[in-house]
Design a protein around this ligand. Structure first.
Ligand SMILES: NC(=O)c1ccc[n+]([C@@H]2O[C@H](COP(=O)([O-])OP(=O)(O)OC[C@H]3O[C@@H](n4cnc5c(N)ncnc54)[C@H](O)[C@@H]3O)[C@@H](O)[C@H]2O)c1
Length: 290
């Protein structure tokens, strides 16, 4: 076996320098759930860094708005808008086909699309408040369909293409709640109505770390890497009671600015992370550290 290892400074040799660039310029990157909070943030950052970005999402009603933003800021960049329902086989197949037709290959898949009960100013009142014992099973089934089955489906179609290329990179977007239970004190705004981060999100996101390891180990010798990012608490106009609870419970004492995600996503999408596969990268302000 030729291990091809070189040892820095042995025999007065220079260290072996590999290309571990953080550059993602020219990489073809498909982002699912691209019209949402995190999807838009990383799409804009990747375009800024010269990547070819496919923004795919089920929400056709939001496409025009996001398309206007992207074409205003990046008229000269390479991008594609695509309607994708990750729970539908035909839709997944069509998306991968469209990517390959336009760009010739798929370098990076970011599995970002998900349904999630949110507690920002816009969504708190629409979030179902039932505690676990009364939580509607229909909501659980829907989350499993999107967050689990849908993530697997689009990954299957992406892997078929990446296997043809002998290269590929998959980044799964997990959550703090893929690792630990929600501290429900975060959702108590002392207004007489305790809210709960529901079980559907925890159940459907808990599969991501092991799915990441499954794909990483299965395809490690076929040129495909797979890692996961675990964000937590991205600020999106949350109200004061939520912000105060968050500050008290978080080691860093504050929510995450969406732009603080772009570095970790860029790192995993780039060749700088070439020796990483099956890893979980927490971006949670220390939430899971205590
Ligand atoms: N926002 C946070 O604080 C936070 C924290 C931890 C993890 N996450 C994870 O980050 C990812 C993105 O979260 P976000 O806050 O941007 O959510 P978001 O709700 O703003 O965006 C999610 C996007 O997914 C799309 N989507 C839903 N179902 C789909 C389907 N079947 N097919 C294709 N697209 C679909 C939605 O239309 C939406 O645009 C999710 O995986 C979420 O679990 C978010």
């Amino acid at each position: 076996m030729n291990l091809n290892l070189s040892f820095p400074f042995a025999n007065n040799m220079l260290p072996h320098l590999t290309d571990t660039s953080l550059s993602i310029a020219g990489k073809v990157i498909l982002i699912t759930g691209a019209y949402g909070l995190i999807g838009q943030t990383i799409a804009l950052s990747f375009l800024h860094q010269g990547a070819c970005v496919i923004l795919a999402d089920i929400n056709t009603g939001k496409q025009r708005e996001v398309e206007n933003i992207v074409s205003d800021i990046f008229p000269d960049r390479q991008f594609l808008f695509n309607t994708l329902d990750i729970t539908c086989e035909e839709s997944c197949q069509n998306t991968i086909h469209a990517v390959v037709q336009k760009f010739g290959r798929l370098d990076v898949l970011i599995n970002n699309a998900a349904v999630d009960a949110k507690f920002d100013a816009e969504h708190t009142s629409n979030t179902h408040n039932a505690r676990f014992e009364n939580y509607p099973i229909a909501l659980l089934r829907n989350s499993i369909e999107v967050n689990l089955t849908g993530t697997i489906l689009i990954t299957q179609y992406a892997c078929r293409q990446m296997l043809k290329q002998n290269s590929g990179n998959i980044i799964n977007v997990a959550s703090t709640y893929s690792l630990v239970a929600p501290n429900q004190n975060l959702y108590d705004f002392e207004d007489g109505q305790q809210r709960f981060k529901p079980v559907d999100y925890v159940a459907s996101k808990s599969f991501i770390p092991n799915f990441t390891r499954y794909i990483a180990t299965l395809y490690a010798r076929e040129g495909i890497r797979c890692n996961a990012i675990l964000p937590h608490g991205i600020f999106n106009n949350h109200e004061i009671p939520f912000l105060e609870n968050f500050a008290r419970l978080s080691p860093l004492g504050r929510m995450c600015d969406r732009n603080e995600l772009t570095g970790p996503f860029t790192f995993l999408a780039s060749d700088a992370s070439s020796y990483m596969t099956g890893s979980l990268l927490s971006v949670d302000g220390g939430w899971t550290a205590w």
